[in-house]
Write a protein that binds this ligand. Structure first.
Ligand SMILES: Nc1ncnc2c1ncn2[C@@H]1O[C@H](COP(=O)(O)OP(=O)(O)OP(=O)(O)O)[C@@H](O)[C@H]1O
Ligand SMILES: [Mg+2]
Length: 445
């Protein structure tokens, strides 16, 4: 059994996986160690990986159970999943004794998706979950995503506010959900509120609730998100869009742990952890007087920076295959993998819309692909266009221009006229900039 040096999650496969199974697991982000029944024991990695055993009972079932027994003696807490098939000797006393202890039995492994889902479901004590779940929630194996997963694990149990920064589509909300799931609050609500999507005059009521008759239209008492998420986590997305009066009340939640519903002066104690996300530069917003400095410092105790996809190029193929596999589980598409030119195009592209754009392109490609292998055309990634010119995209000026246009498009809800007005350029210029920076509007929306 080979040993890696990294930390993360790991499958110990007791048996002989097929090539598809072995590579399927690796592609899905699982570090996979094979314990061949011809050898007599399975070792767990000595590198801090959390491990789940997959015990292949389809062939050499007795030998596999023997190895499992040794493994469980050394590591009594290890969860294992059994794979059975028509050739599994169900009458074998050794197999019969082992089976009731399996976390899950999967019959036949024609559906690799069923195994992958079972692996994701394996529970454990908090420590084990912290080791195993964070990376599985954030697909990726790059140094950037591993470092991020480590920080998520460290920050999850700490009852402090946290600020998540990163470009659009980098997975800020996903990281917030992972944090909640790894925290002691995971059995309580997770309330995600997009501050930028609520009309400014309704934000306070959404967050903190209101009493009947407190304003025109308030025909009944309303409980706000902070109250209904009591005991859990409130995720404030696009916190930079929060109006100043709501910022003042949020500061009170963070300082005193209390809220007041609109129209009431009664303080209500709430026990919530606040996670906030922004794609804008909050320091700049503070300097411009659009964001309270004291609130910024309260929120910015812990910080997670979501890396843009172009900084984690090692993950692009892994994510693409992950999205394709997930799509195939729901829809029977012909496409199974990516042609080598498609892989090149995926790796060369600059991904202004980050993981979301990758997911959208892969899903659309899966629908339109005529073949088992997805082509660059299916992905609408032309190899001739200069999209792979990372040097030029990497230049500070070009990169700043791209960010500015993406930010403005976002702030304008991808309305070209509005974006042109804000940038004080013509609509034609907006379209030209989109083309220059490979911004496919339908992908970003
Ligand atoms: N590491 C990842 N593994 C799998 N899916 C991911 C990953 N990161 C992001 N995604 C997917 O990409 C999409 C965008 O993620 P998410 O909504 O968390 O991004 P965001 O940073 O909040 O974007 P925005 O700033 O536009 O709100 C989601 O569908 C999410 O499931
Ligand atoms: Mg988001």
């Amino acid at each position: 059994m080979s040993r890696g040096e990294s930390t993360g999650r790991c499958v110990v496969w007791i048996g002989r996986p097929s090539v598809e199974e072995h590579f399927g697991l690796i592609r899905a982000g699982w570090r996979t160690l094979v314990a061949d029944p011809a050898r007599h024991e399975a070792e767990l990695p000595e590198c801090g990986d959390a491990a789940i055993a997959v015990v292949d009972l389809r062939a050499s079932a007795q030998a596999a159970v023997r190895i499992l027994t040794g493994l469980r003696e050394a590591h009594p807490g290890i969860a294992w999943i059994g794979l059975t098939g028509s050739r599994t000797p169900s009458g074998d006393p050794c197999v019969r004794r082992a089976l009731p202890h399996a976390f899950e039995i999967i019959e036949g492994t024609s559906s690799f998706g069923a195994l992958r889902q079972a692996l994701m479901r394996v529970p454990g004590d908090v420590d084990a979950v912290q080791e195993e779940d964070a990376p599985s929630l954030l697909t990726g194996n790059s140094p950037a995503i591993r470092a991020l997963s480590q920080n998520i694990r460290k920050f999850a149990p700490v009852e402090l506010p946290l600020l998540i920064t990163g470009e659009t589509g980098t997975g800020k909300e996903m990281a917030a959900r992972a944090l909640h799931q790894l925290s002691p609050r995971r059995a309580k609500p997770f309330a995600a509120i997009n501050c930028g999507a609520i009309a400014a005059n309704l934000v306070q009521s959404e967050l903190f609730g209101h009493e009947r008759g407190s304003f025109t239209g308030a025909t009944a008492r309303r409980i706000g998100h902070f109250e209904s998420a009591d005991g859990g986590t409130v995720f404030l997305d696009e916190i930079g869009d929060l109006p100043l009066d709501a910022q003042t009340n949020l500061l009170r939640v963070l300082q005193e742990g209390t809220i007041e519903r609109i129209g009431s002066c009664q303080s209500i104690h709430v026990d919530v952890r606040v996670l906030a996300a922004t794609h804008v530069d909050l320091e700049k917003a503070v300097a411009q007087g659009r964001f309270r400095e004291d609130l910024f410092y309260r929120l910015n105790v812990l910080r997670l920076r979501m890396p843009p996809l172009r900084e984690r190029t090692g993950d692009i193929e892994l994510l693409a295959q992950h999205f394709l596999d997930a799509f195939r589980e729901s829809y029977g598409t012909r496409a199974r993998a990516f042609s080598s030119s498609a892989r090149k195009a995926l790796n060369a592209f600059a991904w202004p819309g980050n993981v979301r754009e990758l997911m959208n392109r892969v899903q659309r490609a899966a629908v339109i692909a005529d073949d088992a292998l997805i082509t660059p055309d299916d992905l609408e990634l032309s190899m001739e266009t200069p999209c792979g010119d990372r040097d030029s995209l990497g230049s500070a000026r070009t990169s700043a221009e791209r960010e500015a246009i993406v930010d403005c498009l976002r702030a304008s809800a991808f309305n070209i006229s509005e974006c042109a007005r804000r940038l004080r350029v013509s609509r034609v210029t907006v379209y030209r900039l989109c083309k220059k920076h490979q911004l496919a509007l339908d992908q970003l929306r």
